[in-house]
Ligand binder design. Structure first.
Ligand code: GAR
Length: 197
């Protein structure tokens, strides 16, 4: 079966995006990257995407009157590129139920905690303050509740006695980079089994 057309949504650095682009550049990977979108004009990841030969475009949320009109612009760009599956990779905007329903079962996200623990922000700080012995990252389907969708795959790391939120984030990020391409491949297999919308 042909490869799914992948779009990646970012807001900044795009290190997870770059790992997905590398994986998707292999002929035997179940998705090919066709588009990177950022809600921030100055996102570093936009240049990285272009250096991998992938179309990259900013759709600045600040240019739109409300969330729905911003998301209609995102959706138009995704449809224009005939996208089949979306990977959120450090995309820091909460999506409306309209957009989530439109892409239901075709959109995944990476989150830096062992969900259902610590949805939202400051995950590493919260894990350290709670005295947890381990932390990690989760790739999950996007549903209407923030960071609440079904988990596809997780990776774990120990929390060390002298960890700061930054040292822990760095350790988790190393795992994110391996986890996301693996989980996206699993997700593609599920999407391919569904009739297209
Ligand atoms: C990653 O750690 C990702 O898990 C996190 O932002 C970072 C983005 O880094 N995402 C969230 O917190 C989403 N709520 P990257 O731009 O280098 O991939």
């Amino acid at each position: 079966m042909s490869r799914l057309r992948l779009a990646i949504l970012i807001s900044g650095r795009g290190s997870n995006m770059e790992q997905l682009l590398k994986a998707a550049s292999e002929d035997n990977y179940p998705a090919e990257a066709v588009l990177v979108l950022s809600n921030k004009t100055n996102a570093e990841g936009l240049e990285t995407a272009r250096s991998h030969g992938v179309a990259a475009k900013a759709v600045p949320h600040k240019d739109y009157a409300d969330r729905e009109s911003f998301e209609h612009a995102l959706d138009a760009a995704l449809r224009e590129h005939d996208v089949d599956i979306i990977a959120l990779a450090g995309f820091m905007r909460v999506l409306t139920p309209w957009f989530v329903r439109r892409w239901e079962g075709r959109m995944l996200n990476i989150h830096p905690s062992l969900l259902p623990k610590y949805p939202g922000l400051e995950t590493h700080k919260r894990a350290i303050e709670a005295g947890d012995e381990e932390a990690g990252c989760s790739v999950h389907w996007v549903s209407e509740g923030v960071d609440e969708g079904n988990v596809i795959a997780q990776a774990r790391v120990p929390i060390l006695a002298d960890d700061t939120p930054q040292t822990l984030a760095d350790r988790v990020l190393v795992e994110e980079h391996t986890l996301y391409p693996h989980a996206l491949a699993l997700a593609c297999e599920q999407v391919k089994k569904k009739p297209s919308s």
